[in-house]
Design a binder for this molecule. Sequence first.
Ligand SMILES: [Zn+2]
Length: 250
Amino acid sequence: MASPILNDLFSIPVTPPTDGSPPEGTVETPVVIEDVAAIAFEDLAGFLLPSLYKPTPGREESRCLNLLTLGRKWEIESAVLFAQKTLEGMDLPCVRRLQLARMYSLKVWVPDALRTLLASPLNELGLIQYQELGIGAVMIIVKAKEKLSQYRLKVAHVMPKLNEDPEWSCKTHAKCVVAWKAAWWEHVARHIFHPTSPIAIADIPPFVRNLVVPDLSWNCQYDVMENWVSKEDDIVNAAITALIQYNNSL
Ligand SMILES: [Zn+2]
């Protein structure tokens, strides 16, 4: 049998008790397994004995969660792997994934689901979704969103300076400075502030290099983004770490 624990359970010899009562494991006196719902056991039986399995539309997620729970409880690795792989392939909303990640210790689900959520407007979530996330996760998500927002405002507000090295070789640098300032506010900052499809901070260098800015020399246009570093990933990764640690603490 796939599970050593189930193997032990069903290997107990059926011998009549000496007090005259009927033995366990018969139709009249079935073996009772505590804390396991009948439907969960049926799901596991259907997995271990595919001839018993009857697919029920709309039950695939709960079936997999039952397989995950009992597979872990009774050390049936094939059921655990099957459940994880099937759940992974299902089209679940990121909020549901974060909820399941917390409830079933699926920490590998946290990074992608949280990245997706942090890139989405939180005002589109309803009360049910916030309840699914849980207050601890909501706090981490709201803080990360606020940090991202503040960081983006700061980036837009503080225009990167053109090269100020006296040795910098640009014969039309005074024109470059004026042109760059206008280009930043007209093109880059506007994209950072865009309400529905804002530019990622990490995407600003290629965006700037592809801008057509008369009076800005190519050397200056390229050089101004040379040492550009985005901190957006740092903020998102810190939130991922915080959420995994929070889930582990529950
Ligand atoms: Zn220049």
